[in-house]
Design a protein around this ligand. Structure first.
Ligand SMILES: [Zn+2]
Length: 318
């Protein structure tokens, strides 16, 4: 059994390059895999390893000045859902493409039990899913507004066209909480006053409240791609793009030049050999389809968010 953790910490890092180099070498020596972004704002990461490796990692990170008190979201997995370790500096640890967004000015935290209380109350509120469309498509809270955006940095434009009274109570959530840290600042700046964010995101809510009122599953940024939230309600809410039947599994199109991430059932994947369209199925850049491994687990499918992957694979093909 392995552990997969997700975490972030906003804490000023004066020299991100040096911090990153040291951090990367620590992680390499330890042998954990995953993806870690470091900027002047702080750190944002997700990684996997044995429980011992993960414990050592946590101990190391929280021993650094200003990095104590990190809310680690932990999950178990029977494999490490990352192919390698990526530890990089970025302008922002979560890219809103806006400067001076200080999470200290963000919305009020609602702990998972408080969140559930509001959802179950008669209070009047709007619920906003602060994730991308391909994430909310396969799972979201009942009644949530699910913005039609592909990237987090499209949210500022989205909010400019939002028609919600400024005195309305706003609830927002994302996977682990980091996107709400920034987006709630933005909504407050735009004039909404009663802005609340789910502390620890869907993942912590799933662990602490059993995911009640969450429909479908949660998209995660690792090779698992999708994890359960509400064990009592696992019905898929999306449809296979090939067969039209209920499904909540994602694959990347097997045509390396396309690589589109789409909802696809096993039946659909077999039918199209892992491709999103007939055109892609005919492509000379099609990966060989391996039905035995296509869906168990997802590690055979390549992470959509590993930006270098597509180029690397095309390079190898040449
Ligand atoms: Zn395709």
């Amino acid at each position: 059994m392995y552990e997969v953790i997700l975490y972030y910490k906003f804490n000023k890092i004066d020299d991100p390059e040096t911090f990153c180099e040291e951090h990367k070498s620590f992680c390499k020596d330890l042998g954990v895999k995953g993806r870690i972004y470091i900027s002047e704002e702080g750190i944002n990461g997700t990684l996997g390893g044995t429980p011992e490796q993960v414990a050592t990692y946590k101990e190391h990170l929280t021993s650094l000045p200003g990095f104590d008190n990190i809310d680690f979201k932990t999950d178990e997995s029977d494999y490490i859902p990352f192919a390698k370790l990526i530890c990089k500096t970025r302008d922002e640890i979560v890219a809103l493409h806006k400067e001076d967004v200080d999470p200290a000015r963000g919305g009020k935290y609602l702990e998972p039990h408080e969140w559930r209380e509001v959802l179950e109350s008669d209070e009047d509120y709007v619920l906003i899913d602060v994730r991308n469309d391909y994430e909310s498509k396969i799972g979201h809270f009942e009644g949530a507004i699910t913005p039609n955006v592909e990237n987090f940095y499209e949210f500022p434009e989205w909010v400019d066209n939002l028609e919600i009274d400024k005195d309305k109570k706003v609830l927002m959530y994302c996977t682990g909480g980091i996107r709400c840290e920034k987006f709630s600042v933005l909504m407050k700046e735009k004039g909404w006053d009663d802005v609340n964010q789910l502390h620890g995101g869907i993942l912590r809510y799933g662990k602490e409240e059993g995911g009640v009122h969450f429909k479908g599953k949660c998209f995660v940024f690792d090779d698992r791609l999708v994890v359960p939230v509400n064990e009592k309600d696992m019905e898929p809410i999306a449809e296979c793009e090939i067969t039209g039947k209920p499904a909540d599994t994602y694959i990347n199109c097997a045509n390396m030049q396309c690589n589109k991430l789409f909802v696809c059932s096993e039946e659909g994947a077999r039918k199209m050999e892992g491709c999103c369209s007939e055109e892609c199925r005919q492509s000379e850049y099609k990966r060989p389809f391996d039905p035995e491994n296509a869906f168990r687990p997802f590690r055979k499918w390549y992470n959509y968010f590993d930006e270098d992957f597509k180029e690397r694979e095309l390079e190898e093909k040449k």
